[in-house]
Design a protein around this ligand. Structure first.
Ligand code: ASP
Length: 345
């Protein structure tokens, strides 16, 4: 457990957790962060010291983009040595994207960065915000043998800590809003915090934190649907300056075998566009070549996203393009697990 010497930095970015209802319009809007903290006197009882920072303009997470990911990563970089752990309060809608992006941007992270938020505002009688926030701080403060227990970007929601880059928002109404279908959760909160140590990310020892500050947004997610036609595919693949496509295929990575479909993909690849095959199923993995309807994709040498989520795939592409990974190495690097976002083999 932490002690009062354990220092936690809370970074408030916005989201429902810090919103109140505007009774004239009935819409939720962001409030002042100090007001928010005043709603949780319980934080003072925790075995750690908490400081707080806020984005100057708290956002609904639908308005987040890579510039915000980089800004949050820089805030963590600036305060990295002074704090033992970080809790990022964030809207749940795009939290999985931010968690994935932060994982890539914060190379050699060896301290906890826990993203959390809530489905109901903190002032609401039945709010889930308090439990999510209090337990996230406790998790960020967890230490064993003088080292933080969590040394990666996690996402805590409704009694579970997940690896951030393995999560997806699966429900807009339920308190259990997230799932991590391809990787077990890391901590479960009950009467005690139960840690599943074997699943934690182990950073390389003795490496200094490197914060990457570039992401390239010349990317697109294209979800296949029965009836997709040549014009649509051509339109997407013909976007000026496009560098990478996350192609959400069926099942274990299957797609139409029509000639026009293959030819358009082939043309795009020849033009230097990276095409990453991910499954549109919530769980499971791409296995190109398992069915006839994916053998052609294998021959075209589409990049396998294996069991990665779309959120992690698109942010990984933006990160890798930002880091100027060469054309020659793009496939190998993408198919390698960099932060535990996909299975190794
Ligand atoms: N629309 C909100 C957001 O993502 C929802 C939430 O906070 O859960 O910012």
């Amino acid at each position: 457990m932490g002690t009062k010497e354990t220092q936690i930095l809370l970074i408030y970015t916005g989201g429902t957790i810090g919103m109140v209802k505007d009774y004239e319009t009935n819409a939720l809007k962001a409030v002042d962060f100090k007001e928010l903290l005043g709603n949780i006197p319980e934080l003072n009882q925790l075995e750690c010291t908490i400081d707080a920072l806020s984005l100057s303009q708290p956002l609904d997470s639908s308005n987040m983009d890579p510039s915000h990911y980089i800004h949050i990563a820089q805030m963590i970089e600036t305060h990295y040595d002074a704090y033992d752990g970080f809790v990022v309060l964030h809207g749940s809608d795009t939290m999985s994207y931010t968690a994935s992006a932060l994982g890539f941007l914060l190379e050699n992270l060896a301290k906890p960065v826990i993203l959390t938020g809530s489905q109901l505002p903190i002032g609401d009688l039945r709010t889930d915000a308090k439990e999510n926030l209090i337990t996230s701080v406790q998790i960020a403060a967890l230490r064993k043998n003088n080292r933080p227990v969590v040394q990666e970007v996690g996402l805590y929601f409704e009694y579970k800590l997940y690896r951030g880059n393995r999560t997806t928002k699966i429900n807009a109404d339920h308190f259990q809003a997230f799932a991590s279908l391809n990787y077990p959760h890391l901590i479960e909160s009950g009467v005690h915090l139960k840690t599943f140590d074997q699943f934690f990310w182990q950073p390389k020892k003795g490496k200094k934190l490197v914060v990457h500050k570039k992401m390239d947004t010349n990317v697109v997610v294209l979800k296949l649907f029965p009836g997709i036609n040549k014009r649509v595919l051509q339109g997407v693949l013909g976007i000026e300056g496009l560098k990478a496509v996350v192609l959400e295929t069926y099942g274990s990575g299957n797609a139409p075998t029509a000639d026009w479909f293959l030819q358009e993909l082939q043309k795009a690849i020849a033009g230097g566009i990276h095409i990453i095959n991910v499954t549109q199923c919530s769980g499971g993995s791409v296995a190109m070549g398992q069915y006839e309807t994916s053998t052609h994709l294998k021959k075209l040498q589409l990049i396998s996203g294996k069991d990665i989520t779309t959120e992690a795939a698109i942010t990984k592409a933006m990160y890798m393009l930002g880091a100027a990974v060469s054309e020659k190495h793009f496939r190998t690097v993408f198919e390698t697990s960099l932060r535990g976002e996909m299975r190794q083999n």
